[in-house]
Design a protein around this ligand. Structure first.
Ligand code: GTP
Ligand code: MG
Length: 201
């Protein structure tokens, strides 16, 4: 994907504040600290348009970034989400986010593709499992980005991808899986190919 422009548009903490325009949206979903904001930055080639942190809970709303707005179709949004199930947030806040993320991922009309991020170092955790179940129940096409691939050896990377493929296939899920590293900058081309295909952007 050729990124000609990217601009932060708005931070939406509740459903009623989501943008009203009818532009295609692509969302980054995953547990806290998995690397959503870092991957978004890497995909658009900006160091810090989305704020990142080693401390979980950095992204605290749905943040909308408008990409290639000069295109005839007005471009599209990349949407950085708060961490799903962030354990340290107050219970009411955590539940409010989970509800908002769940509703956004399953009911948002403009949402054309979801990038589900899972840490490449672990098999899906309980929170990842919850998200997999949530998303498979929706209708939005999904691609999995395994994050922090730089923390694994080549062999570990290959076996993680095949383990996850098997685990999903056993449940009848056939989402593509892309190994990424925002730190070492790989996986973006392959991930963009899937996003373009799934979301028609
Ligand atoms: P929340 O907004 O809190 O939900 O987190 P997030 O999913 O947006 O994660 P974020 O991008 O803020 O990254 C969390 C931490 O992981 C930061 O310390 C990043 O530097 C680190 N990180 C992200 N991607 C990578 C990667 O590819 N490799 C390595 N080694 N570290 C990464
Ligand atoms: Mg974030």
């Amino acid at each position: 994907m050729k990124i000609k422009s990217v601009r932060f548009i708005r931070s939406a903490p509740i459903w009623n504040t989501l943008p009203v325009e009818d532009r295609t949206e692509i969302a980054f979903v995953g547990r806290s600290n998995v690397g959503k904001s870092s991957l978004l930055n890497y995909l658009v080639g900006r160091k810090a348009i989305a704020k990142t942190s080693g401390t979980p809970g950095k992204t605290a709303a749905l943040n909308f970034y408008l990409v290639n707005e000069d295109r005839k179709d007005g471009g599209f949004y990349l949407v950085d989400l708060p961490g799903y199930g962030y354990a340290k947030a107050a219970r009411t806040q955590r539940e409010a986010w989970q509800q908002l993320i769940g509703r956004y991922a399953t009911e948002r009309e403009q949402l054309a593709a979801i990038v589900l991020l899972i840490d490449s170092r672990h098999l899906p955790t309980a929170i990842d499992e919850e998200l997999i179940e949530l998303l498979r129940g929706g209708v939005v096409p999904t691609v999995i980005a395994l994050t922090k691939g730089d923390k694994l050896s080549g062999n570990q990377q290959r076996s993680r991808v095949s383990e996850l493929t098997k685990l999903l296939a056993a449940r009848g899920i056939e989402w593509p899986i892309v190994l990424t590293s925002s730190a070492k900058k790989y996986g973006a081309d392959e991930l963009w190919r899937w996003i373009s295909l799934l979301a028609s952007v």
